[in-house]
Design a protein around this ligand. Structure first.
Ligand code: SF4
Ligand code: SF4
Length: 286
């Protein structure tokens, strides 16, 4: 089973939920798909080992063959290639690797080469019975989705994969949740939380993925998030209270289920509830 943990914005406790859920289930995979700023390992401290680079193909132009016709620049939707008066200039970080410029070049002057944009790492340790897979986008790179998609090829279909999605509702979020069995949206009971939850719900509904809500820092704000979920028939899967003990553990980078073990059962019970919403059965960890 594949469960994405997402949120309309950052800072709602999405990573906390992902880490504590994976630890509660045990024998699970945790995939940190927040590739611009992966931080699950801040709570786990695994010794991560590099698995592979993530590469995309980008064009290179043989100036000896180029007739400066400009067809490549006309074709490129991303302004990654420009025809100047005496040469063709490439902007590799804008290139999406579609290969179109190669196809339209009448002189066969364009070929493709690989360029690394990120890395996939993996780690386990003896204290925690989970496997962490982490994708990291190289600094200065703009395209997170290829890193996310390659990270997800490491998912083990025979177990539970908990996916920590990027914040927001843009392309990287869609890349991380699109193939999931279920999506948990983490929000907080504030006007900002509600605003971003509404945006996230709109995206997840368009993707047709079953979903529910965790209200983090419950007790902090008002009840408008709960009222919205009631009106929209969205299940509230769990409420994590706004209490000092959890906040202190968070500030120390300690997953709170490790010091408050009753919460492990709460998370497992939540997964049993999730199983009621999707066809998948037989989640042995619950
Ligand atoms: S591969 Fe696609 S995105 Fe990249 S420069 Fe060529 S046309 Fe533009
Ligand atoms: S399409 Fe080919 S020949 Fe034309 S400008 Fe681009 S690289 Fe040169």
């Amino acid at each position: 089973m594949k469960i994405a943990i997402a949120s309309g914005k950052g800072g709602t406790g999405k990573t906390t939920v992902a880490v504590n859920l994976a630890l509660s289930l045990g024998n699970a995979q945790l995939l940190d798909c927040d590739v611009e700023e992966p931080n699950c390992n801040l709570f786990l401290g695994f010794d991560l080992k590099k698995q592979e680079d993530v590469t995309i193909t980008v064009p290179q132009v043989d100036s000896g063959k180029c007739s400066l016709c400009g067809k490549c620049a006309e074709f490129c939707q991303y302004n990654a290639i420009a025809k100047l008066s005496d040469s063709v200039m490439l902007f590799p970080k804008l290139c999406h690797g579609c290969g179109g410029c190669v196809l339209v070049c009448p002189e066969k002057a364009i070929t493709e080469k690989k360029r690394s944009i990120g890395v996939i790492e993996k780690g386990t340790n003896e204290q925690f019975n989970i496997e962490l897979l982490q994708g990291t986008l190289n600094i200065g790179e703009a395209m997170a989705s290829p890193v996310i998609r390659q990270l997800q090829t490491h998912m083990d279909e025979s177990t539970v994969a908990v996916v920590d999605s990027p914040p927001g509702t843009a392309c990287p979020v869609i890349a991380s949740v699109a193939d999931m069995d279920y999506c948990v949206l983490v929000t907080e009971p504030t006007p900002f939380g509600l605003n971003d939850l509404v945006l996230a719900v709109d995206v997840i509904r368009q993707l047709g993925i079953p979903f529910g809500v965790i209200i983090n820092r419950h007790g902090l704000g008002d009840n408008r998030v709960e009222e919205y979920c009631r009106v929209e028939s969205i299940p509230v899967l769990m409420k994590i209270p706004y209490i000092r003990e959890i906040a202190v553990l968070y500030s120390k980078g300690i997953p709170f289920v490790e010091h408050m073990p009753a919460w492990k059962e709460n998370f497992r019970e939540m997964c049993r509830d999730i199983c009621e919403f999707i066809p998948y059965r037989g989640l042995s960890q619950c």
